[in-house]
Design a protein around this ligand. Sequence first.
Ligand SMILES: O=C(O)Cn1ncc2ncnc(NCCc3cnc(NC(=O)Nc4cccc(Cl)c4)s3)c21
Length: 274
Amino acid sequence: ARYRPTQEWHLTDFDIGRPLGKGKFGRVYMVRTKCEPHYILAMKTLYKSEIVQSKVEKQIRREIEIQQNLRHPHVLRLYGYFHDEKRIFLMLEFAGKGELYKQLTKHGCFTEKRSSRYVDQMADALSYLHSKHVIHRDIKPENLLLGINGELKIGDFGWSVHAPGNRRKTLCGTLDYLPPEMVEGKEHSEKVDYWALGVLTYEFICGAPPFEDLSGYNATYKRIARVDLKIPPKVSPEARDLITKLLQYDPEKRIALSEVRKHPWIIKYRSKSG
Ligand SMILES: O=C(O)Cn1ncc2ncnc(NCCc3cnc(NC(=O)Nc4cccc(Cl)c4)s3)c21
């Protein structure tokens, strides 16, 4: 039988450390268990009032149910949760090097070597999620974290669902990562994460997502629906090839994740230390 910690956690079990970030709906703190062994965690605080107001309680429940059963080196662990009268607390794995998008903003864009290694880790994590019939549906730099050794961790399963999903994703926030089938409100499968991986690959190398259109929502919508993809000349032929194979209008034509991990652009930069 699996060991299931029956421990009920409370805020008093932790020393609260520095704030890590101001995410949506609440703050994230670095915390440490008061008792030995001193575990370091990231504690996300969510206010029940805000959750009810925004009608996301179902999503939180689904996130907790999904993420608590996931175990993978490139998926941020959700160890558990507890609540008091006002707040819900998510007990998360602490990602020592913080938010990936902050690095992307700082550098503008990443080298193809760094991008390739992130894409390889993403393909590994997505293969694992899809093997559990979980579609993340919200793959973007803001939801990616970096572990203490710079390894990528997919976080924030606030939008994940069990496949197949056709929940209308209330199109709040950026369209940039949505595939044609989602912007057109059609049924979608885990292939939406393949598309998002293509968008992510492009953004890592170029510093902005491929269909971004600063003139607004409808312009971006049109560019996605038409797969209006222009890859700048600075992008290597191998990277261009992989991006094009992921950003296919027809979900069935998108290159399989197992093929992504064998692609020349991934193999050439794979760390020799395995
Ligand atoms: O990122 C930072 O701010 C800073 N940071 N730095 C290091 C670090 N290490 C771990 N975690 C961090 N942050 C929390 C990441 C999350 C993981 N899972 C989440 N889930 C969620 O927000 N769910 C959720 C909330 C509200 C509504 C709905 Cl529908 C869903 S947030 C860290």
